[in-house]
Design a protein around this ligand. Structure first.
Ligand SMILES: Nc1ncnc2c1ncn2[C@@H]1O[C@H](COP(=O)(O)OP(=O)(O)O)[C@@H](O)[C@H]1O
Ligand SMILES: CC(=O)OP(=O)(O)O
Ligand SMILES: [Mg+2]
Length: 399
């Protein structure tokens, strides 16, 4: 089955084409800087064990222009992997917010699209881009079944005591205000890989997804029982441009005393905070460089980033009544050894012992970075949201 997976972000699109059940992608790619003056496409084709990379700089004013370019690459005479767009049988979409409506993967129809649209206000950086991806894919891949895989779905297993907020009941009952949690596809994927590695389907695992958005989950026997993001993808950890946990009093103070409009507070907490607000950079590589050059503020921001992770490790170890493994994943989690080191420092009383040397060794696959005698395994596992989405599409459609 030819399954094309689209992970559509606000200014970027990631994609992979799978011939499921094979787990190896046929091609993959990344479109960056959509809507800016110069966009880029990096398209990789995998033939046997060889990798062919095509890089293009061009103007991509819209997501539609971007996906049309991808369709052209997929069907190109020289580098193409399919004959025509109609050869794609399924398009799997990452959709960030599925509310309480979607606890599972869904075939997209008008009602599903309406629901994704209704949830725009809850994930303003993500759902509109996901929706655009769906509309454009429907036009290009006209024969394909379109499927949505929701970031929130994995966390629908959380118990009520974990997902409710302590505000009057009617806000939950009438308005569905509760914690939903995000990055579920990634938390599910890496926790499953970890459980397999441990040969223990009942393992108690803390998964730490550190990308541009960052979140943690407590996974008990394959089920998410708590997670750090909430009603929207803004709470919890310090992120690239988002604040993470903050006392709501700050918002009242900014509005009532400092004269901020609410839209300005929204932009502040979503786009100008986190590492961006603290250091002027949202990319961890820039921050590490600034630290190496002696930037004190960057050093403090890095400490705050790691400290927040550590607090959640403590909380989730309690929630899980013990711990078998910690998993680091996504851009920062997979690549930044110093974040891992600081987040796990001085937790030996919980059985968490990081091996400094193992932590430093680069690896493109799963690696164990705890000491030989550490009761808790610390693992780095590259996430693969696209593969997980393709597999969920396959499962749904071959039922
Ligand atoms: N070698 C690296 N060292 C440290 N951080 C890295 C490295 N490579 C990528 N990153 C971080 O990963 C982030 C992107 O992670 P990713 O999981 O791709 O995020 P997203 O899916 O949210 O765009 C970048 O912003 C950067 O901070
Ligand atoms: C939900 C979320 O924060 O996603 P991302 O990390 O892709 O921004
Ligand atoms: Mg991501």
């Amino acid at each position: 089955m030819n399954i094309f997976v689209i992970n559509s972000g606000s200014s970027s699109i990631k994609y992979q084409l799978f011939k499921i059940p094979s787990e190896k992608p046929v091609c993959s790619g990344l479109l960056e800087r959509i809507g800016l003056s110069e966009s880029t496409i990096t398209h990789k084709v995998f033939i046997d064990n060889e990798e062919k990379v095509i890089k293009k700089r061009l103007t991509l004013p819209t997501h539609e222009a971007g996906l049309l370019e991808v369709a052209a690459l997929l069907t190109d005479k020289n580098t193409g992997v399919i004959k025509e767009p109609e050869d794609i049988e399924v398009v799997g979409h990452r959709v960030v917010h599925g509310g309480e409506t979607f606890a599972a993967t869904a075939v997209i129809n008008d009602a599903v699209k309406e629901e994704i649209k209704r949830l725009f206000p809850l994930a303003p950086l993500h759902n509109p881009a996901n929706y655009t991806g769906i509309e454009v894919a429907e036009k290009i891949f006209t024969k394909a079944v379109q499927v949505a895989v929701f970031d929130t779905a994995f966390h629908q297993a959380m118990p009520e005591k974990a997902f409710r907020y302590a505000i009057p009941q009617s806000f939950y009952k009438d308005l569905r205000i509760r914690a939903y949690g995000f990055h579920g596809t990634s938390h599910k994927y890496v926790s499953q890989r970890a459980a397999e590695y441990l040969h223990n389907p009942k393992a108690r695992i803390i998964t730490i997804h550190l990308g541009n958005g960052c979140s943690m989950a407590a996974v008990d026997g394959g089920k998410s029982i708590d997670t750090s993001m909430g009603f929207g993808p803004l709470s919890g950890l310090v992120m690239g441009t988002r604040s993470g946990d903050i006392d709501p009093s700050v918002i009242f103070h900014l509005v009532d005393e400092v004269g901020y409009e609410l839209d300005k507070v929204k932009a502040l907490l979503n786009k100008q905070s986190g590492m961006q607000g603290l250091t002027g950079f949202s990319d961890m590589r820039d921050i590490s460089k600034a630290i190496a050059e002696g930037d004190r503020e960057a050093e403090m921001a890095y400490e705050m980033y790691a400290y927040r992770i550590k607090k959640y490790i403590g909380a989730y170890t309690a929630v899980l009544n013990g711990l078998d493994a910690i998993v680091f994943t996504a851009g920062v989690g997979e690549n930044d050894e110093n974040v891992r080191k600081r987040a796990c420092a001085n937790l030996d009383f919980l059985g968490i012992k990081l091996d400094d040397e193992r932590n430093k060794v680069p690896s493109s696959g799963l690696k164990e970075i705890s000491t030989e005698n550490s009761p808790v395994k610390i693992l780095v596992i590259p996430t693969n949201e696209e593969l997980e989405i393709a597999q969920q599409c396959y499962e749904l459609l071959s039922k």
